[in-house]
Design a protein around this ligand. Sequence first.
Ligand SMILES: CC(=O)[C@@H](O)[C@H](O)COP(=O)(O)O
Ligand SMILES: NCC(=O)COP(=O)(O)O
Length: 248
Amino acid sequence: MTTTNRILLGVNIDHVATLRQARGTRYPDPVKAALDAEQAGADGITVHLREDRRHIQERDVLLLKDVLQTRMNFEMGVTEAMLAFAERLRPAHVCLVPETRQELTTEGGLDVARQQARIQAAVQRLSAVGSEVSLFIDADPRQIDSAHAVGAPAIELHTGRYADAHTPAEAAAEWQRIADGVAQGAQWGLVVNAGHGLNYHNVEAIAAIPGVNELNIGHALVAHALFVGFPAAVAQMKALITAAAQRR
Ligand SMILES: CC(=O)[C@@H](O)[C@H](O)COP(=O)(O)O
Ligand SMILES: NCC(=O)COP(=O)(O)O
């Protein structure tokens, strides 16, 4: 496995939009948050255009496409409408995620193993317009093998179960599952990212896993920004993960 001490921070701005949508106002603007995040050290900006449009809107994505100086990581469900939208948008990265309307948040990874043909077709369509396609999956050996089999160049391992662990033993077991998943993905030559539920208290152990390329972090960062401001929240997270990655 080729390892590097460098780790990237993808800042997810969905929940800036959540606050705006709660009142139907023009503020706070996720586009401003994205620009502030870039200035504070974000390596990329992640947005999830959900089918129910509960937070990010098309308007946000189109504006971001024009103004971002880093790169957009566009999260989307695997539907014909979203595929057609992404083909027109041509983001630098697309992350395919599972989506259901009732869920509070993305509760698990994409089941690539059970829908290989459908995911492979999506990977091919998005790769054809120049996007690097990543699959948001659980750190499950079968799903990682399937991600490789369908031709995805990248995966993002779902860290939600690690973040939600109730005991240190449970967290350690989930951490090990993720570390094993990173090693397996790297053996296949995949770019391995991780994210979901990461915060200022639990992120360092994940950032210290050799081979992790990028962490996508949103909810905790936006929450912290309420108290310290968006640039400081991003800078603190970037410093934390950069220092942790030095310990690899
Ligand atoms: C796919 C993922 O983990 C994040 O984008 C997350 O979905 C943030 O948005 P929600 O909280 O709406 O799930
Ligand atoms: N893909 C995970 C992501 O973008 C951010 O998830 P969260 O930090 O908002 O839970």
